[in-house]
Design a protein around this ligand. Structure first.
Ligand SMILES: Nc1ncnc2c1ncn2[C@@H]1O[C@H](COP(=O)(O)OP(=O)(O)OP(=O)(O)O)[C@@H](O)[C@H]1O
Ligand SMILES: [Mg+2]
Length: 317
């Protein structure tokens, strides 16, 4: 492994064994990636892409099927306990103890890492402040909101002062306000130099948080780069979205293609999407063709467009 990499994966594969009536299934299909200290790296992909399977291998919780994986220079097959003691894990499903209080959850988790009681007590003070849960310290987890539970899970994952933090869908299911609070906490970790690996199927989350992304689909990495690089490499700078009566969308798209409008035209169930570097210029051209869309919107291209281009599907089901 090259010196400064914290994680290095080559041809990484996860195949789940056959169970009765269910054939074996390759959830992660030969992926390569690496990351260095202080980076925020994201896996962006739809349900079933293989994100959690990848995260569990990184967390030395689930064995690698084939390929090589090094985490902090170690092999999860042989040095799982050492890896687990130096990373933090926020699983997709919180697994907090709901009967216990916030403080007790942090304490129990610290003991699991074999930390001394006074060390844990000291760290809990800082972690409660970080998670904005000071007032809830003695409340049962059962009584917390979804956003608070997620913040507690993140606080808990930091109890052993990890060098890498793995976050599997940190904000899924949260309302917009709770998501923003959580993003703010993740920015702070990033600022403090913690290396983060995040999975998400929200393109805005990927765009906001990640320095570099791997776009995953069906167990493979279909593209990799910074959000900006991915957009520059795969789509135009702007996008023009046109809505007509749905039954004329195919016909309109044909006319737009014939007029060589934009670089690419995509027909979605509810709209025609024109990829053009200047959306306003494209819209003027649409009007000059005597087409009158019910609505027209010019927007900046996003990772959602990248995903659509690469897979022919939308990120959200
Ligand atoms: N323990 C398992 N045994 C068999 N198949 C599994 C197991 N865990 C996951 N899979 C399958 O592997 C594929 C990838 O699952 P995974 O949970 O890694 O995807 P994901 O990208 O995390 O999806 P999501 O966004 O829904 O969390 C899915 O088809 C899933 O059904
Ligand atoms: Mg998952």
């Amino acid at each position: 492994m090259s010196g400064r990499l914290l994680v290095e994966a080559r041809g990484l594969t996860k195949t789940y064994r056959a169970r009765k009536g269910v054939p074996p299934f390759r959830a992660v299909d030969g992926i390569d990636f690496e990351l260095g200290r202080g980076e925020v790296f994201g896996f962006l992909g739809p349900n079933g892409a293989g994100k959690s399977s990848t995260m569990r291998m990184l967390g030395a919780i689930s064995p690698v099927s084939t390929g090589t994986l090094r985490v902090l220079g170690m092999d999860p097959a042989h040095e799982g306990p050492e890896i687990r003691s130096r990373i933090g894990v926020v699983p997709q499903d919180d697994c907090l103890d709901r009967e216990l209080t916030v403080r007790e959850n942090l304490f129990v988790y610290g003991r699991y890492f074999g930390l001394a009681k006074n060390v844990i007590r000291d760290r809990i003070v800082g972690l409660l402040a970080f998670a904005q849960l000071e007032e809830k310290a003695d409340a049962q987890v059962e009584t917390l909101s979804g956003g608070m539970r997620r913040r507690l899970t993140i606080a808990r994952s930091l109890i052993n002062e990890p060098e890498i933090l793995l976050l599997d869908e940190p904000t899924t299911g949260l309302d917009p306000q709770a998501r923003h609070v959580l993003w703010d906490r993740l920015y702070r970790l990033k600022r403090d130099g913690v290396t983060l690996i995040i999975t998400t199927h929200y393109m805005d989350e990927a765009e906001q948080l990640c320095d570099r992304l791997a776009v995953m689909d069906a167990g493979r990495i279909v593209a990799e780069g910074s959000p900006r690089e991915l957009i520059d490499a795969h789509v135009t700078r702007e996008v023009l979205e046109l809505r007509f009566q749905p039954d004329v969308h195919a016909e309109v798209a044909e006319r737009l293609r014939a007029a060589e409008l934009g670089e690419r035209i995509e027909v979605l169930p509810d709209r025609v999407v024109v990829y053009a570097d200047d959306g306003e210029v494209a819209l003027v051209a649409v009007h000059e063709m005597s087409l009158s869309p019910i609505t027209a919107l010019v927007r900046r291209a996003t990772l959602e467009d990248v995903f659509l281009k690469l897979t022919g599907r939308s990120l959200v089901d």
